[in-house]
Design a protein. Structure first.
Length: 186
């Protein structure tokens, strides 16, 4: 669903088959999960790259399993795409507050102890779905709206983790159709 949603957004610089790290069947459904050692999906736009990780894990186990690999994968693409803004988008049925807290920090140390900034946004699958569903009739605007939404979500990362999760939900609602916000001003 997530891969197909990004294809619907359009404006990708990379090819659809390059954006996913898993095989699909004839109905374009995943056959297996993405292999380890890298992110699930990488979507390159003209001035932005979105590194997507999807998990079914819940509770504090989520942070233990996903915290380090997600940050490491995003850091790799921050280095690779120095000329573009790189975001990590972590999607889960529920985002554990400890996981959100791990992504709030926004830093990663390379092997030479150089510190780089990471922009990772943890979001529920239902919030992401709501945003994508709001694209009907405005697909050409969706890449810009996605980037602006991620930037605004990161701007609230100074909140405590539970508050940040609520802010992300509020921001997604703001960027989704049916909200009272005038998106032309965004």
């Amino acid at each position: 669903m997530v891969w197909r949603a990004f294809l619907a957004i359009g404006s990708l610089v990379n090819e659809p088959w390059e954006a996913r790290r898993f095989q699909i069947d004839h109905d374009y459904l995943p056959v297996h999960c993405a292999p380890g050692g890298g992110p699930d999906m990488i979507f390159e736009f003209s001035n932005t790259v979105v590194v997507v990780e999807v998990t079914l894990t819940r509770s504090s186990r989520q942070e233990a399993v996903e915290g380090e690999p997600v940050r490491r994968h995003v850091a790799k693409y921050v280095q690779q795409y120095e000329e573009k803004e790189v975001f990590g988008l972590f999607l889960a049925v529920e985002v554990d507050s400890n996981t959100a807290n791990t992504f709030r920090d926004g830093h990663w140390y390379l092997n030479d102890d150089q510190k780089i900034s990471l922009s990772i946004v943890p979001m529920t699958l239902s919030d992401f779905s709501r945003f994508i569903e709001s694209g009907t009739g405005r697909w050409s605007e969706m890449p810009r709206l996605l980037k602006n939404m991620l930037v605004e979500c990161r701007s609230r990362a100074n909140e405590e983790a539970p508050d940040w999760k609520r802010e992300i939900n509020r921001i997604v609602t703001k960027y989704s159709v049916g909200s009272s916000v005038d998106l032309d001003s965004v």
